[in-house]
Design a protein around this ligand. Structure first.
Ligand SMILES: Nc1ncnc2c1ncn2[C@@H]1O[C@H](COP(=O)(O)OP(=O)(O)OP(=O)(O)O)[C@@H](O)[C@H]1O
Ligand SMILES: [Mg+2]
Length: 230
């Protein structure tokens, strides 16, 4: 059997804020075609880890390889270009651009790649249930609608890696399930890898595997199916 190249590989990652260690000794490997859920208490360092994996935040030790490329060996411009083509990031705080309408926000990754594609943008808006809201400005949206704009934007350019920080945190059960369907489609049909930070065991149940972040580091986690979920 050929060994599949990892889409994301982290070794010995450590991050401190001042004298305080957020995490240390983190090893992680994600292959194409797998969705991995990352659970952990509030403040355990999940968002910080995602930022470090994307090269948006500096690590104090360790290495991150994204599609085989060592982020630590690249300059900021090179990292930005790699992120632009290979990464979809759903920020916990959305970071939807307030001066662009919904369609322009969703289409931004394609525009930056010089591949504008209004049809693909509409397809993504349809997929997240925002078909008729392309011309709205972000300030005219609800929190859950903003979250869905952020998800559509993260997937529009079919990235090899999706880092999603609680992407269903503001959504009702039906919309949360639809977003998970979309992430799973990107992973299973299009061969992406996805690291999904979530507090939802229901969401974690649909992942290919689950990890738990604690002060001791990252470990494999089994989610017990709650009655009625799945
Ligand atoms: N810029 C910063 N400076 C100092 N400390 C920070 C900074 N950002 C985060 N922290 C601290 O690092 C720790 C991890 O924060 P992080 O946001 O990664 O947690 P989290 O697991 O994502 O939590 P949540 O589930 O609430 O989103 C927290 O104790 C937080 O207060
Ligand atoms: Mg967080």
């Amino acid at each position: 059997m050929p060994v599949l190249e990892a889409v994301l590989e982290a070794k010995g990652l450590a991050k401190n804020y001042g004298q305080t260690a957020v995490f240390a000794g983190i090893d992680l490997r994600l292959q194409a075609g797998e969705l991995v859920a990352l659970l952990g208490e509030s403040g355990s360092g999940k968002s910080t880890l995602l930022n470090c994996l994307a090269g948006l935040d500096e690590v104090n030790a360790g290495h991150v390889r994204l599609v085989g490329q060592d982020l630590g060996a690249m300059n900021e411009g090179q990292r930005a270009l790699l992120r632009r083509s290979k990464l979809g990031f759903v920020f916990q705080a959305f970071h939807v651009l307030p001066h662009l309408d919904v369609a322009a926000n969703v289409g931004l990754p394609l525009l930056l790649l010089k591949r504008p594609d209004p049809q693909r943008v509409q397809q993504m808006l349809d997929a997240v249930g925002l078909s008729d809201l392309g011309a709205r400005m972000p300030r005219q949206l609800s929190g859950g609608q903003l979250q869905r704009v952020a998800i559509a934007r993260a997937l529009v350019h079919r990235p090899a890696l999706v880092l999603a920080d609680e992407p269903t945190g503001n959504l009702d059960a039906r919309n949360a399930a639809a977003v998970l369907d979309l992430l799973l489609q990107q992973v299973h049909a299009e061969g992406a890898a996805c690291l999904l930070v979530t507090h939802s065991e229901r969401a974690a149940l649909r992942a290919d595997r689950c990890l738990l972040m604690t002060e001791q580091g990252i470990s494999t986690h089994s989610v017990i199916s709650p009655q009625g979920a799945a």
